[in-house]
Write a protein that binds this ligand. Structure first.
Ligand code: SF4
Ligand code: SF4
Length: 325
């Protein structure tokens, strides 16, 4: 994120809109990944499960997503799931209409089905494929989106590989290097992003990295960064894994992102994980990335302070409008 991006995001925020929007396009997913937060009982309000929500299909989905985007006016839209490719017919219609509106569009998928050919080479468009480790571990966690299927389905495309590192991956010396080297050599991989499994508070998931494993991962990523040119993470961003925001209130990502579930009205708070995420163990690449720039100075104040001040001003303007209405 450069100065222009920060200023555009700030201008949007100042107009009362969050610059980033994330939509769970569907409640459906053919995968059953262990530790998936989307289907966690606490992901929404602790009562309703994602699979119980009403979601939309066909023209109704296309029209409702466009209406929501026009209402919220984001700069960046992340389309997640479930798996958004379950609704690939609707996405084929939606993507050009969203791009026409000047929005940067990102689709996050397991690539369990072929990526539509018409998405090749689109500007302001990113296809992020979740690939959690090398085939032995990934195929076991993310079947039917196995390596064999992913490699077939992404052929000819430029994708961003997104890996969520789990404790199991940190048990074997050299695992991260092997993973990064594999994707560094694949022509379909344009970039690689690494996240760390983020637990809910008090949970004991096997995927949670110990502090020692987290430190080891950071050392590995910093060591490998000069040779793995596709690893699209700055040193500051990697180091930020060691000091994530302490709470949602300190998390710039959660403050600037609106996240909606599959009925397009249920808000997911405090961030895309929903429920009661353990910020002190956050491993979200987007969150730590924003956290790492939050203290940089633009127009004389830190980015974090800029958004904090704007938040107060925007709330004051809303309050004033209610008073005079
Ligand atoms: S692909 Fe994503 S939404 Fe589907 S089960 Fe796996 S983690 Fe959950
Ligand atoms: S993205 Fe991470 S730091 Fe931000 S609110 Fe969610 S868990 Fe906490």
């Amino acid at each position: 994120m450069d100065r222009n991006d920060v200023m555009k995001a700030w201008a949007t925020f100042f107009r009362g809109h969050k610059p980033l929007l994330s939509i769970e396009l569907t409640k459906e997913c053919p995968l059953r990944c262990p530790g998936c937060y989307a289907y966690d009982p606490n992901h929404l309000d602790g009562v309703t499960l994602l699979r119980d929500l009403a979601d939309f299909k066909g023209d109704q989905l296309v029209e409702r997503v466009l209406a929501k985007v026009d209402e919220l006016a984001p700069l960046h839209l992340s389309i997640v799931g479930g798996d958004p490719l379950v609704r690939y017919r609707e996405l084929i219609l939606l993507v050009p209409l969203l791009l026409e509106r000047g929005i940067y569009v990102q689709i996050v998928t397991s690539a369990f089905r072929p990526i539509p050919a018409r998405w090749k080479g689109l500007a302001n468009f990113k296809l992020v494929v979740s690939i959690d480790g090398l085939p032995a571990e990934h195929d076991c966690r993310r079947s039917p989106a196995t390596y064999e299927r992913i490699l077939r389905n992404i052929a000819g495309h430029d994708i961003t590989v997104h890996c969520t590192v789990t404790s199991q991956m940190m048990q074997r010396i050299g695992y991260i290097e092997e993973f990064l080297s594999f994707w560094q050599q694949r022509p379909e991989a344009a970039q690689i992003w690494m996240s760390i499994f983020t637990p809910q508070r008090g949970s004991m998931d096997k995927e949670i990295l110990t502090r020692t494993e987290r430190e080891l991962l950071v050392r590995e990523l910093l060591r490998l960064r000069p040779t793995i040119s596709k690893l699209d993470m700055s040193s500051d961003m990697i180091k930020a894994f060691l000091s994530p925001p302490r709470s949602p209130g300190e998390c710039m990502f959660s403050q600037v992102t609106e996240t909606l579930s599959a009925d397009l009205s249920t808000r997911i708070t405090p961030c895309q994980f929903g429920g009661d995420p353990d910020c002190s163990q956050c491993g979200c690449a987007a969150s730590v990335g924003l956290h790492s720039i939050a203290h940089r100075t633009f127009v004389g104040v830190s980015v974090h302070k800029l958004f904090d001040i704007s938040n107060v001003v925007v709330k004051g303007i809303r309050h004033f409008k209610r008073m005079v209405a």
